[in-house]
Design a protein around this ligand. Structure first.
Ligand SMILES: Cc1cc2nc3c(=O)[nH]c(=O)nc-3n(C[C@H](O)[C@H](O)[C@H](O)COP(=O)(O)O)c2cc1C
Length: 424
């Protein structure tokens, strides 16, 4: 197995954002990538070959006619695992779309053999970016299989605000990771993940909730996205977003959709709608859905028979809340939607470790619906900063014991590919 660092060929063209390619080079090196730099003729007006040389540890290639550059356009394209143009000017994009090679960078870009990812991070003034000529050229490049990264809205050097800004360094590196990840598990799956806690209303302004932060579900979503899958994330409406820039990036690529929910009913309706509208390969139910509905026994009710609990309960009277067990969401959902693989999470809180109890609880989850895998974790382990996730199959066999969320996604997708793929 190959152990060398992944190789990035970074082409920098002549934009006001060219200086950002220096930071990008430095961050790529810190992330253990090997980087070689090519500057367009215009880029040398904005940044120096020397600065890139110092950061990358390789000579910077510039002029087509320099003695040393002979055949470099072919050699370096062969050397790279991934080609990235950042920033990519309107001029560079136009030339490439028309097959023109005015300088070394343009010549190299045309020596692309379409066997490796070729990413382009456009950077230009909003009017330029939205010009039909540019949009036409970008579409042409996409149609040929090049990956055009989003150019988000922002303030430009020209004092205008709009689309066309070069994607942030971290997001570009995220895109590189995504496109260099080997598709070891056989390609893209549609994964629906629920995350966060539900709120069960007591009256119009009060509710019973739980301590779920939604972090596990969000981490699973991020890992699933990094592994090339498409994710629908049903997320508690007031959950903190733990990975804002990564999620924004995948939302722009239309690989992540976040759907908010509040009450258990709300979550169930959204989930059924999602499962009905989108064909999901895998549903991962990681949300902490209330186990109870609430029945309010209020004195208000006795005094006023037309009272319903959807008012604000008066604060100078006592009220009784009855917690009524509610039918498990997965039981309801899997009754109505049998497609795809279903993974449930089970949290226990064991003062003393008890395998029999764990298996009994996991078995209860399997019995509550049509569920393929149960991922068990325990609150005591989480609170001691030693979380473990144990994956059980229907026969209560322990398939794996994991310590990282990325491994959970690997295991789930691996299980899907061995047991479900041929059924699709
Ligand atoms: C100060 C300055 C900033 C520029 N910034 C951009 C830019 O952000 N995006 C762009 O497409 N062109 C920009 N240009 C124009 C390009 O530098 C010009 O089109 C050049 O021919 C690009 O050549 P290249 O694509 O071979 O690097 C800028 C020009 C100047 C003088």
């Amino acid at each position: 197995m190959e152990t060398r660092s992944p190789r990035i060929l970074l082409m920098v063209t002549g934009s006001i954002a060219s200086y950002k390619a220096l930071d990008l080079t430095s961050k790529l090196k810190q992330a253990q990538y090997e980087v070689r730099i090519v500057l367009s003729d215009a880029a040398t007006q904005f940044v120096t070959p020397l600065a890139f040389e110092a950061l990358s540890g390789h000579p910077t290639a510039c002029g087509l006619w320099d003695h040393q550059e002979r055949m470099r356009h072919i050699e370096w394209m062969r050397w790279a695992d991934l080609i990235l143009v950042a920033p990519a000017t309107a001029h560079f994009i136009g030339n490439l779309a028309q097959g023109k090679a005015p300088d070394l960078a343009g010549t190299m870009a045309l020596a692309h053999d379409f066997q490796k990812p070729f990413l382009i991070a456009p950077s230009m003034n909003p009017a330029m970016y939205q010009h039909p000529a540019i949009q036409h050229n970008l579409k042409q490049l996409k149609d040929w299989g090049l990956i055009v990264l989003p150019s988000p809205e922002g303030y430009m050097a020209c004092q205008e605000k709009g689309l066309g800004r070069m994607l942030d360094t971290e997001e570009i590196i995220e895109a590189i990771k995504q496109h260099l990840t080997p598709k070891a598990f056989g390609g893209t799956l549609n994964i629906c993940i629920t995350a966060g806690g539900t709120k069960v209303p007591i009256d119009d302004v009060r509710y019973i909730g739980n301590i779920s932060s939604g972090k596990t579900g969000q981490t699973l979503a991020l890992e699933a996205l990094r592994q090339n899958n498409v994710v629908h994330l049903l997320l508690s409406s007031d959950a903190k977003i733990f990975y804002p820039s990564e999620f924004q990036y995948y939302q722009r690529l239309e690989r992540l959709k976040i759907i908010p929910f509040t009450t258990p009913q709300d979550l169930e309706e959204q989930l059924l709608r999602q499962l009905h509208n989108q064909k999901h390969n895998v549903l991962i139910q990681a949300a902490a859905i209330s186990d109870f509905d609430i029945d309010v026994k209020s004195h208000d009710q006795e005094e006023n028979p037309s009272f319903t609990c959807y008012h604000k309960l008066s604060s100078h009277k006592s009220h009784n809340l009855v917690l009524k067990p509610r039918e498990k969401t997965l039981a309801k959902i899997t009754k109505q939607n049998q497609e795809g693989m279903v993974v449930a999470f089970k949290l226990t809180s064991l003062p003393v470790w008890d395998w029999d109890y764990v298996k009994q609880e996991v078995s209860r989850v399997f019995n509550s619906g049509h569920i393929d895998l149960v991922v068990h974790n325990d609150w005591q382990e989480i609170s001691q900063n030693n979380p473990k996730w144990r994956i059980f199959n229907h026969n209560l066999e322990l398939l794996s014991e994991l310590t990282r969320p990325s491994e959970i996604v690997h295991s789930i997708v691996g299980y899907y590919n061995s047991n479900f793929k041929r059924r699709d």
